[in-house]
Design a protein around this ligand. Structure first.
Ligand code: PLP
Length: 393
């Protein structure tokens, strides 16, 4: 027994992290019943790495084994070659993001969980249903968490008019996990206005931005005034299948200030204590997928996931099941038919269709009565899943 108390924030967390709980239930089901299931539950990718990423990774690994080209610790904020490639990618979208405003990380989850810790006492605002990391990390950081309710009526994007007019760290995720909904430009403008008026900080999670259709919002910096109040996260996980390789970026514009200090500088200082950078081969692989043929390869894979979503969506529509998402997102968010609860839906689909999905209630109370299906699947699995959903729902 040690002499310490533990961080009281842990008491705020649900007993088991949602995805672990789902995995456990499926494991028990298979132990008892044998056979297999189609997993539309956890949002992990289904296709291997794009060739361009593998080529760049291997080439860089060979360099590390060479007497002359060997490198030790990576630069903790990311190699200049990758930050430059990202800055140029923004420029192609008509957006100016400086290389010194870009921080390379080992996945958006790490930065999402750590960003609020740079601020002093701060309240966090989460539009739920949401990625569970936002409220869980806030609880561990000792932040108070406030929720706004997403619903069918507000397109799962609450308006700032529903929030108290005070400073928050505001989480916005578009396209959303779990709902797949994309924020409209006017609503994002409202949020930016709210943040500027209240002294809030928006963290815009663009982990799924590469799934959006032409004309939809890809980056919060498309909105005037966002640079003073918004940080943006982008992940290579779903864009390029890097869920194992691990790479992401975080943009912290120079304009954001916290009590006279630049947030950008504070984050740099924080990273120098907590982080030693992303490996050279991973950053070379990341560079390869955001330019030229690498980008085309990634977009072709994303199109295949979106086709899966169309196939599954058609089966739901044929059954008269209401859903959103799937169009600009790998996730379909369906309303459980006939008033079935989320957990009951999980049980029905597992036992009767051998399909694993994620109960909506795990993403917040407004997710009750809804269910998330991930379309990160091989095409053959998508067709079988669609057939089984049609028969079961
Ligand atoms: N943000 C959202 C909304 C996610 O769904 C995920 C992963 O599922 C992440 C961030 C984290 O991605 P990673 O840590 O793999 O970059």
């Amino acid at each position: 027994m040690t002499a310490f108390d533990y961080n009281a924030g842990f008491d705020e967390l649900k007993e088991s992290y949602l995805f672990t709980e789902v995995r456990e239930k499926v494991r028990k089901f298979l132990d008892v019943n044998g056979g297999s299931v189609i997993n539309l539950g956890v949002g992990d990718v289904a296709f291997p790495l794009p060739r361009s990423a593998v080529r760049a990774f291997v080439k860089a690994a060979v360099e590390l084994g060479d007497n002359v080209r060997f490198r030790g610790y990576p630069e903790e904020n990311g190699y200049a070659f990758l930050r430059k490639a990202i800055s140029e990618r923004y420029l192609k979208q008509g957006l100016c993001v400086g290389e010194d405003e870009i921080f390379i990380g080992d996945g958006s989850k790490t930065d999402a969980a750590s960003l609020p810790s740079v601020l002093g006492k701060a309240d966090v605002l989460v539009c739920e249903p949401a990625y569970p990391v936002y409220p869980d990390a806030a609880a561990i950081n000792g932040n108070r968490v406030y929720y706004l309710k997403g619903s069918k009526q507000n397109g799962f994007f609450p308006s700032p008019a529903d929030a108290m007019p005070k400073p928050y760290v505001i989480w916005l995720c578009s396209p959303g996990n779990p709902t797949g909904a994309v924020i409209t430009r006017p609503l994002l403008e409202e949020w930016v206005r709210f943040a500027r008026q209240t002294g809030s900080l928006i963290i815009f999670d663009a982990a799924y931005a590469s799934f959006v259709e032409e004309g939809e919002v890809k980056s919060i910096y498309e909105v005037d005034g966002a640079r003073e109040v918004a940080v943006e996260l982008f992940s290579f996980s779903k864009y390029a299948g890097f869920t194992n390789l691990r790479c992401s970026w975080t943009v912290i514009p120079r304009e954001i200030s916290v009590k006279g200090k630049r947030l950008n500088e504070l984050w740099k200082r924080r990273q120098s204590v907590f982080f030693n950078g992303v490996s050279y081969p991973v950053q070379r692989a990341a560079e390869a997928v955001i330019s030229g043929s690498g980008e085309a390869e990634c977009m072709a894979i994303i199109e295949r996931y979106k086709r899966n979503a169309r196939i599954i969506g058609e089966a739901l529509s044929a059954r008269g099941v209401w859903y959103t998402g799937g169009k600009s997102s790998p996730y379909i968010w369906l309303e459980c038919p006939r008033g079935t609860s989320s957990r009951e839906m999980f049980k029905i689909l597992l036992e009767q269709a051998r399909i694993v999905g994620t109960p909506g209630c795990g993403f917040g109370p407004s997710g009750e009565g809804y269910f998330r299906l991930s379309c990160f699947l091989k095409e053959s699995d998508a067709s079988v899943a669609a057939e089984r959903l049609y028969k079961t729902l």
